[in-house]
Design a protein around this ligand. Structure first.
Ligand code: SF4
Length: 403
């Protein structure tokens, strides 16, 4: 899955307290007017807060709550993933696991099955591990500070700050990919934003720009609007391509705009050249059963069910290792590619009819009926292959499937 800008959360304290969400104005039910930009500061925070309240997003399903469980769940799902992709998963998870205790008590296989297709599967394993830690060590209650949250599995510094800001109103700085871009442009911070020196500088900027909550009547609501505002700016205005500076509340002080360097900042990330890997996938069937193999917990598709693999293309030997006697010649299907963060996988599936159910289920391998495939924890490309089988094209055919 290609990393995408992530919009993040919209949690308005006003909404939770039953007050309407409205832009600053003479409405008597609206919060008191915010103070003028503080002297001696850049005023970034106050402009972002005002902009978020009038122009930010306010209609995502995780809005209007200060429940750290719901906030944490959405934050984890939104990492590297678009909102539109997250929406159905978020809904399904909350229906199946309404509380962190429900999530902790579930078998990890069920969580992986629900997560299948969302990508970055380490997140799902950490989700489970984190829920279990919260139940075992914190009595089922989320720790109430960013510092404590950051000690839990899968919660980094920025995610911890986002949960603490939205759930508890803590004055904690976030620095996800979108926010790095906004701050790097606004402050003219050059260099690879993932390099330690540049990252340290951006964290300093993020900390320095936090709002002065003592100037606000409702510090929690201000912190929520500020955090959400930075996320919204990065996702909808100061985007990766040419930013829509005419709609930005930071035009007066933005270094990138003043120097016409919006497309130069932030600096390019120095990525290692992507590697290539070839693999043969054994789609072994007996009547309407398919043989699936549990992948190791670490590595690609970690913990999911997938097809047995072989690297060298010796399909007959791979079948022997599995104790399978093919009934007829293995049938090559159309190859496909799948791009991971650091390499491209070239996969050639082989359809193999097993003469009998020769393989005992051993905990790592299992036969699954066709009707159960939809609910199994399968990686997206494998699900696509098994549920929407490609036409026979023969080995070495058109590399037409790209996931
Ligand atoms: S003025 Fe333009 S470049 Fe600067 S922060 Fe706003 S959108 Fe980004």
């Amino acid at each position: 899955m290609t990393p995408q800008p992530r919009p993040g959360l919209v949690l308005q304290g006003e909404a939770e307290e039953g007050r309407p969400l409205s832009p600053p104005g003479p409405d008597a039910t609206a919060p008191s007017p915010e103070p003028a930009y503080p002297a001696g500061r850049t005023g970034v925070a106050e402009r972002v807060i005002a902009w978020q309240r009038s122009h930010g997003r306010h209609s995502l399903p995780w809005q209007g709550t200060r429940d750290p469980y719901r906030i944490w769940l959405s934050e984890i799902m939104l990492q590297q993933t678009q909102v539109s992709t997250v929406l159905p998963y978020y809904q399904r998870f909350l229906e199946r696991f309404p509380t962190v205790a429900d999530l902790a008590a579930a078998p990890v296989g069920e969580i992986m099955a629900l997560w299948a297709g969302l990508g970055y599967y380490t997140r799902a394993r950490n989700l489970h591990g984190c829920a279990q830690r919260i139940v075992a060590e914190h009595g089922g209650r989320f720790p109430a500070s960013a510092e404590a949250l950051a000690t839990l599995p899968g919660i980094g510094r920025s995610t911890a700050a986002a949960v603490a800001a939205f759930a508890y109103g803590e004055r904690a700085a976030i620095l996800d990919g979108n926010v790095r871009r906004v701050l790097a442009r606004h402050h003219g911070v050059d260099g690879d934003p993932a390099s330690p020196g540049v990252l340290r500088r951006l964290w300093e900027v993020a900390e320095a720009e936090l709002p002065d909550l003592s100037r606000h009547n409702d510090g929690h609501a201000a912190m929520t609007a500020y955090t959400q505002g930075l996320m919204d700016l990065g996702a909808t205005v100061c985007t990766r391509g040419m930013p829509a500076c005419e709609r930005c509340p930071l035009t007066d002080s933005c270094v990138a705009l003043r120097e016409a360097r919006q497309l130069e900042l932030p600096g390019k990330r120095r990525r290692k050249a992507a590697g290539e890997r070839q693999v043969h996938l054994l789609w072994i069937r007996h009547q309407d059963h398919t043989l699936l193999e549990q992948r190791p917990p670490r590595g690609i598709w970690g913990g999911l069910l997938s097809l047995p693999e072989c690297d060298d293309g010796d399909i007959a030997a791979a079948c022997r290792r599995l104790g399978i006697e093919p009934d007829g010649e293995p049938e090559p299907l159309a190859p496909f590619q799948h791009v991971f963060t650091h390499f491209r996988l070239h996969a050639t599936p082989w359809r193999i009819q097993a003469g009998r159910l020769a393989l005992a289920e051993d905990g790592r391998h299992q036969w699954l009926e066709a009707s159960a495939l939809n609910d199994a924890a399968l990686p997206a490309p494998i699900r696509k292959l098994l549920v929407e089988p490609p036409l026979f094209r023969g080995a070495g055919g058109d590399d037409g499937r790209s996931s």
